[in-house]
Write a protein that binds this ligand. Structure first.
Ligand code: 5GP
Ligand code: SF4
Ligand code: MG
Length: 467
């Protein structure tokens, strides 16, 4: 998901709509905006579909006045899947003793089931099936005297990954979980305004200046007058930013962890070419997620880069389509082979990841149908053998191809001439760690590749998930 918020700018909702539009790649199912205005109080609008189709309508934006606003773009990783109910669309708003608050959450709360059971037993009335709603109820029950303090109370009980953007009547609040698994950045808008965003690309779109990242475990509280206070409400832990943000999730024009996402992806391609070279005529990306790595692979190997697969720009990301059937169709709706280029060629295809393997299989068929002589897959992440419980939608373990097969078996199953994944060390080198991954204290979360979960997924373990 993507979160965004601004304070201290007239017509804040318009800025939030733009920010969410720039974060649309992080969630395409639904979006929502909440505002506060002294005369009108809190207002909210939550809609299915793209930001551009909803939050550009004057009739809707007029209902969202005020100079303080937050928003969220959603794809379901917890709560209702597939047919998201509107009640699960964020931001969530709750009115309690201090005038209420709204929150937008990116990440997954790994003890949400346990918290929900406890809260319901004690009388909380839930409105959604979303894990994020727990935070509002924990805040409502806190005995602290102001909302930021209540939020600290609430979040100290929450396990897992969270980047939260919240608002009260007068303040914009941003928090990252102690390991900083999901991103959150701070920007300055004009003289008095501030913005919080999942990614820097959304600061660019509103002309905000990127100031810094919110630190892992940090909470910032920003007033309408422009004052900013920083707190560290949690016990300090080593930071474990999601390495998959660099591989796939973030936009390539964003800066994460002080590094250009594009440059990291290009470097992954360079590492891949060094680790797993192969003789071929063309290097082609599986667009768009494989593009920067394919460029790096081509530069390092000297094999010409070419657009062997053309993407229809009017389709979203396939994996965000929630059902298997739509996902299966999605590949052909979205990608087509550039036949004139491919015929008779030995082709290296570079993609970001293999999850179920359905995409790769279909693409291989399409490439061979077009007359390619050989197909070699090079993958910009290590084998995805474990599900993510921290906010990226991966299927259950049994459906992950890499949990069932070795890379060699996968190559056979996909029917390609070769299939190579970047090594975990190679990936760490690409994100700037010269010596590769430190196995005693890795500096990123890489659980979907290593199976080492930095926070035990307690709800899942209770349901029988085996580490
Ligand atoms: P597959 O067909 O192997 O399940 O899908 C792999 C493709 O889905 C990759 O090309 C990638 O762009 C996209 N994808 C990336 N990340 C994820 C993820 O976390 N979950 C899923 N299901 N697909 C992803
Ligand atoms: Fe990111 Fe993978 Fe960790 Fe999930 S498990 S937070 S996708 S690195
Ligand atoms: Mg892809």
């Amino acid at each position: 998901c993507g979160v965004f918020g601004v304070v201290g700018i007239a017509d804040a909702a318009n800025f939030v709509a733009l920010g969410l539009h720039a974060l649309q790649h992080r969630g395409q199912e639904a979006g929502g905006i909440v505002t506060y205005d002294a005369e009108e109080g809190f207002n909210s609008a939550r809609r299915f579909g793209y930001v551009r189709d909803n939050f550009t309508k004057a009739s809707l934006m007029e209902t969202l006045p005020g100079s303080l606003s937050i928003g969220h773009v959603r794809y379901s990783t917890a709560g209702s899947k597939g047919n998201t109910a509107i009640r699960d669309v964020q931001p969530f708003f709750g009115e309690f003793s201090m005038g209420g608050a709204a929150i937008a959450h990116n990440g997954n709360i790994t003890n949400a089931d346990a918290l929900r059971r406890e809260l319901i037993e004690r009388g909380s009335i839930f409105q959604s099936s979303s894990d994020s709603e727990c935070i509002i109820h924990l805040m409502a029950r806190s005995l602290q005297k102001n909302i930021p303090e209540r939020m600290k109370d609430a979040l100290r009980r929450v396990e897992g990954a969270f980047s939260v953007v919240a608002m009260t009547r007068t303040k914009l609040i941003g928090v990252r979980d102690p390991m900083g698994v999901r991103p959150l950045v701070l920007g300055k808008v004009g003289d008095h305004g501030w913005a919080l965003s999942s990614e820097t690309c959304a600061l660019d779109i509103i002309g905000a200046e990127f100031i810094r990242e919110i630190e892992p475990g940090e909470m910032v509280v920003i007033t309408e007058e422009g004052g900013l206070e920083s707190f560290h409400p949690f016990e300090r832990r080593p930071s474990r930013f999601c390495i998959f943000e660099h591989v796939y999730f973030s936009r390539p024009d964003s800066i994460q962890g002080g590094q250009s996402v594009y440059e990291t992806r290009r470097q992954i391609g360079v590492e891949l070419a060094k680790e797993s070279p192969v003789e071929a005529d063309l290097v082609c990306p599986v667009p768009d997620s494989g593009t920067p790595a394919a460029i790096g692979f081509s530069q390092e190997s000297g094999i010409p880069y070419a657009m062997g697969i053309i993407r229809n720009q009017y389709m979203g990301r396939t994996f965000i389509e929630p059902t298997e059937q739509i996902r299966n169709m999605g590949v052909r709706l979205k990608l087509n082979v550039n036949r004139a280029l491919i015929e008779g060629k030995r082709v290296i295809l570079v993609d970001d990841s293999v999850v179920r393997g359905t995409t790769s299989r279909k693409i291989k068929d399409m490439i061979l149908d077009a007359g390619a002589k050989e197909v070699h897959f090079r993958i910009a992440s290590p084998p995805t053998a474990w599900p993510c419980f921290y906010g990226v939608d991966t299927p259950e373990r049994e459906k992950l191809l890499a949990s069932q097969m070795t890379p060699e078996e996968m190559a056979g199953y996909l029917g390609v001439n070769s299939l190579k994944f970047i090594s975990l060390d190679g990936l760490y080198r690409a994100v700037g760690e010269k010596n590769g991954r430190n196995p005693k204290a890795p500096s990123y979360c890489d659980a979907c590749f290593s199976g080492e979960y930095p926070v035990a997924p307690s709800d899942m373990i209770e349901k029988g998930f085996e580490l």
